[in-house]
Design a protein around this ligand. Structure first.
Ligand code: M6R
Length: 608
């Protein structure tokens, strides 16, 4: 949450910062601002609203070749111009941008006020600027280090001093910060997307590191002690076109339609038909270690949690290994028991979700072996896990996660195949599993033939205020995911349930004002789900059913259907979720919602 950027180089900093902030906007979009240094003075321009608005109020020829920028997801202090970053000290010669939460800010603020400091905003971050002015003795890096010792909480910070032109100092603790190394120019940013247009060379900073940049040099040192740290410069594989809309109206639309390719990227080179198994080199586990696993536990948040839930059903039924998925936010505070021979997965598209990261740390502290399933290479979870599976979805920019979900599933399906073949799965069954997995990109593409029909249905149903999403078995988590997609981008209330559970309460909601979306694949639970559907129909509930093309019984029972291609029983989560993503997308479009940046949300949830 919140995106920060800093630039030192030969170019007009205002433009570079605004472009970078545009790329970081998915992290928060309540307000935004920049601070540019020129002639030993700092100019701050900030405002409520999105980057497009900020661009409109930044003077066209703002002089200055270094500066900092911020796009905000509000935590402390309402959304207004004053609470927008950057924040300055009283003299206006120091400015900071901050992503994270300073937990002890009120104590620090009270003390500063008693010493005569006058605060302008209600944010926690402003204390940093005031403290810096107290500690500044001609060296911004030394001042920042002194200040950081007083702070409790999380931060990615970049600061600038008018008397130290073309120099920025940054630090991180619990919030991401990356150094990007260009040609005679340097950047600091919350993630690499902000700087990809300028350079592919990056250095990932760790918690407890402080970085100082000028146009052509950088210096990284420990917060505790002055020891310089030498770090590897890494090359990012993403291309600029990966972070453009490429003719689509929204990133969400682009990302939904990319799924045949992104699923293929997740499985490509990892299937071994000859031995009817999968290879996941990043796990760094020997066959003996894999064979010794007695249970698997998955922690994640939001959509990644739903992928983990599908995996828990899959792994138990296919690999016959006990597997549970748990919300990371719950696990981290309940003193989890780490059992021997358990394997843990922390699943996160961004690799920065604080709940998942903290749960992972808690588990590791207690001796657990935790693998990461991440999309963003070099992200905190990926690095701290040290081993795991990259899903290779490519950048996912829309706040609503789509292609990451199917690629996370693909990663879990590969792992299930691998571990099943070491436990109980026959060669023949392994071959079948591989065939089913390999057919997915084409089947998902085939499913897109329903695109116009789904759009028409979304428009037809867009005036309803409440929806139920109902599925069973592997498709129960998909129902949860369908409901999440609809509510987060269309703001329509939606609940996901196991179809069997509605009789235990939710059926009370059924009337002709509450449509239900039933997931009825041609699997072993089909008959049961059809019965649940009939129970809803008997109560005048409207039903949209997702089913295979020749399912006459479902066709005759539902008010509307969306057909999905026939597939192996275990593969339906992939084929069910895509129409639900499209349904949410077209509903939000019809209602005129801000599809890629829905209200109150941010892509990476880096605060608790
Ligand atoms: O980056 P992560 O996968 O860790 O993110 C987890 C959730 O914040 C995320 O899936 C969120 O629920 C999405 N907005 C769902 O579309």
């Amino acid at each position: 949450m919140c995106g920060i950027i800093g630039y030192c180089g030969p170019r007009a900093a205002g433009e570079v910062l605004l472009d970078g902030l545009k790329r970081l906007e998915y992290r928060g979009y309540d307000s935004a601002g920049i601070c540019v240094g020129f002639d030993n003075a700092l100019t701050v321009v900030k405002s409520t609203g999105k980057i497009a608005h900020l661009r409109g109020i930044v003077p066209a020829a703002l002089p200055g070749t270094y500066g900092i920028g911020h796009t905000r997801w509000a935590t402390h202090g309402v959304v207004n111009d004053v609470n927008a970053h950057p924040h300055t000290n009283q003299a206006g010669d120091i400015a900071i941008v901050h992503n994270g939460i300073i937990e002890n800010f009120s104590v620090l603020k009270e003390k500063l006020i008693s010493e005569g400091h006058v605060f302008r905003s209600q944010t926690d971050s402003e204390v940093i600027a005031h403290l810096l002015s107290d500690f500044y003795e001609g060296d911004l890096e030394a001042a920042l280090k002194a200040v950081l010792h007083l702070l409790q909480g999380t931060y990615g910070i970049i600061c600038v001093h008018a008397q130290e032109p073309n120099r920025l100092v940054g630090a991180r603790n619990g919030s991401p910060l990356v150094l990007a190394v260009g040609q005679n120019e340097m950047f600091l940013a919350s993630d690499v997307m902000a700087t990809l247009a300028h350079t592919k060379q990056v250095v990932y900073l760790e918690d407890g590191e402080v970085v100082s940049i000028t146009n052509d040099a950088y210096h990284i040192s420990e917060l505790r002690g002055d020891k310089p740290i030498s770090k590897k410069v890494e090359i990012i594989s993403w291309e600029l076109e990966n972070i453009e809309k490429q003719g689509h109206s929204h990133f969400m639309e682009k990302e939904i339609f990319e799924q045949p390719e992104s699923i293929l990227r997740a499985i490509q080179g990892r299937l071994d038909p000859e031995n009817a198994t999968a290879h996941l080199g990043g796990l760094n586990m020997s066959n003996t270690e894999l064979r010794d696993i007695e249970r698997v536990k998955i922690v994640a948040a939001g959509t990644s949690f739903h992928a983990g839930l599908v995996a828990s059903y899959l792994m138990e039924s296919v690999a016959q290994i006990p597997c549970t998925a748990e919300l990371a936010s719950e696990l981290r505070y309940r003193n989890p028991i780490v059992e021997r021979n358990s394997l843990y997965f922390a699943v996160s598209q961004s690799g920065e979700t604080i709940d998942t990261l903290s749960a992972m740390r808690e588990l590791k502290r207690k001796g657990a072996r935790v693998l990461g399933i991440c999309n963003v290479i070099g992200s905190s979870i990926a690095r701290e896990a040290g081993a795991g599976v990259y899903i290779h979805s490519g950048p996912e920019i829309a706040v609503a996660s789509t292609k990451a979900f199917t690629s996370q599933l693909a990663a879990f399906y590969l792992f299930t195949l691998l571990i099943s073949r070491m436990h109980n799965m026959s060669f023949e069954a392994g071959r079948g599993f591989i065939q089913n997995l390999s057919s997915l990109p084409d089947l998902v593409r085939q499913g897109f033939e329903q695109q116009n029909h789904i759009r028409a249905l979304a428009e037809k149903y867009s005036h309803y205020r409440d929806f139920l999403f109902l599925g069973r078995g592997l498709n129960y988590p998909v129902a949860l995911e369908g409901a999440l997609k609809l509510k987060e981008i269309s703001y329509i209330h939606a609940e996901g349930y196991s179809a069997a559970e509605i009789k235990h309460g939710p059926i009370a909601l059924i009337n002709d004002e509450t449509p239900s979306i039933f997931l009825v694949p041609g699997d072993s639970l089909r008959e049961k789900v059809i019965s649940n559907m009939k129970e809803v129909k008997a109560r005048r509930g409207k039903v949209i059913a997702l089913c295979v093309a020749d399912d006459e019984e479902v066709k005759n029972t539902a008010d509307d259907i969306i057909t999905i291609p026939k597939a192996g029983e275990m593969m339906y989560p992939f084929l069910m979720v895509v129409p639900l993503q499209l349904f949410a997308y077209y509903t939000a479009l019809k209602l005129g919602r801000d599809v890629d940046q829905p209200r109150n949300l941010a892509k990476s949830v880096t605060v608790e």
